[in-house]
Design a protein around this ligand. Structure first.
Ligand code: RP5
Length: 177
């Protein structure tokens, strides 16, 4: 299975395959950092038994962090969190009649005692990065990769800053449009 050359450390679960375009941003980060992961479509509402069975087995299979993506009445991250002590990162998916505010609130407003760490609406990239940083707290090699990732990100911004100062905002705008 792609992403599982070695035993997966990050378990990604999404409520629907319609979440995959956002989830793919998290996958991209994990792949860039060389972190083994697995991806699943399991729904708190449509496949409740399978979702619970998956999360109950996750820790014993070596999963260390869970990313749970869901839109609308996004109960998946909270339901998974209630069945495991692994850290669960909730990824609210924008969309639907309320543009994702429903999912964001569902994920952020967990009752005390069962936490879910939430990233911003459809911010798959940050979900991947938080998962990586949790793992990196116990992995020096991964920590070094994340420092390099940050440096590359800074270099990119500074290169834009140099160009902006060189040509002025109007020319810059015409170049990036
Ligand atoms: C949620 O309902 C899923 O996570 C998805 O974001 C949303 C819509 O699902 P589909 O109707 O596209 O399958 O459970």
């Amino acid at each position: 299975m792609p992403g599982s050359d070695t035993s997966p450390l990050v378990g990604i679960v999404m409520g629907s395959d319609s979440d995959l375009p956002v989830v793919s941003k998290a996958i991209g980060v994990l792949e860039d950092l060389g972190i083994a992961f697995e991806v699943n479509i399991l729904s708190a509402h449509r496949t409740p038994d399978e979702a619970v069975a998956w999360v109950r087995a996750a820790k014993d299979r070596g999963i260390k962090v869970i990313i749970a993506a869901a839109g609308l009445a996004a109960h998946l991250p909270g339901v998974l969190a209630s069945h495991t002590t692994l850290p669960v990162i909730g990824l609210p998916i924008a969309g639907g009649p309320l543009q994702g505010v429903d999912a964001l609130y569902s994920i952020v407003q967990m009752p005390g005692g069962i936490p879910v760490a939430a990233v911003g609406l459809s911010n798959g990239k940050n979900a991947g990065l938080i998962a990586a940083q949790i793992l990196a707290a116990f992995d020096e090699e991964l920590q070094t990769k994340i420092v390099k990732y940050r440096q590359e990100q800074a270099d990119e911004v500074l290169s834009k800053q140099r160009r902006l100062q060189q040509v002025g905002w109007q020319q810059y705008l015409s170049e990036v449009k």
